[in-house]
Design a protein. Structure first.
Length: 194
């Protein structure tokens, strides 16, 4: 991590929270538990709302019949499981507000097949602050797409996690420094106030 000073302009920065929904937050994640990730995400969201900067709640889900879900042949398929009615609902601890933007995705990344890019560009957003679960899947996929679209990015390292501590660490070590800046929750909140 670099110690270069971070400054975030609320007029051009948005907080993008990935998959902090009941079905995902229920997973066992590392290096910090989901409860800590959600608590930090709540702090970040409150700071962005106070600054009148957009908060984007991205969730993943599919139609009840599942026919809009990805279904390619895989060596390591996802384990089958029941998705209850709240599986795609953002957790209550985020204190979602009517002003928050909502994006429902149907794959790992939040840009493909959604209006996320359109909504951000219409609001003049140039910098994305990303957090959520999981670091190496939903967050990383969204971050790669954001990089290809020319967004500056800040990754909130203590507000994300993965079922695999190794995968989380690899993304923070090898991918994120090449496409953005790594900071903590406290550093991001301080940068938003400056």
């Amino acid at each position: 991590m670099t110690s270069a000073e971070l400054k975030l302009d609320p007029a051009t920065a948005a907080l993008v929270l990935i998959d902090l929904q009941y079905g995902i937050v229920a997973m066992d994640v590392q290096p910090q538990p989901a409860s800590e990730i959600v608590a930090r995400a709540r702090q970040l969201a409150a700071a962005f709302r106070r600054a009148q900067a957009p908060v984007v709640l991205v969730t993943v889900g599919n139609a009840p019949d599942g026919k809009d879900a990805l279904a390619p042949a895989l060596d390591t398929p996802f384990p089958p499981g029941h998705r209850g009615p709240d599986w795609s609902t953002p957790v209550a601890e985020l204190d979602a507000q009517p002003s928050d933007l909502r994006v429902m995705k149907r794959q790992w990344g939040a840009f493909y097949g959604t209006d996320l890019d359109l909504q951000l560009r219409r609001r003049g957003i140039r910098t994305l602050v990303l957090a959520g679960i999981s670091t190496n899947v939903g967050v990383e996929s969204t971050a790669r797409d954001a990089f290809e679209r020319g967004y500056d990015q800040v990754f909130v390292t203590d507000a994300m996690g993965s079922p695999s501590a190794e995968a989380h660490a690899n993304t923070l070590k090898y991918t994120f420094p090449r496409i953005g800046r790594l900071r903590t929750t406290d550093e991001v909140i301080a940068a938003l106030r400056t």
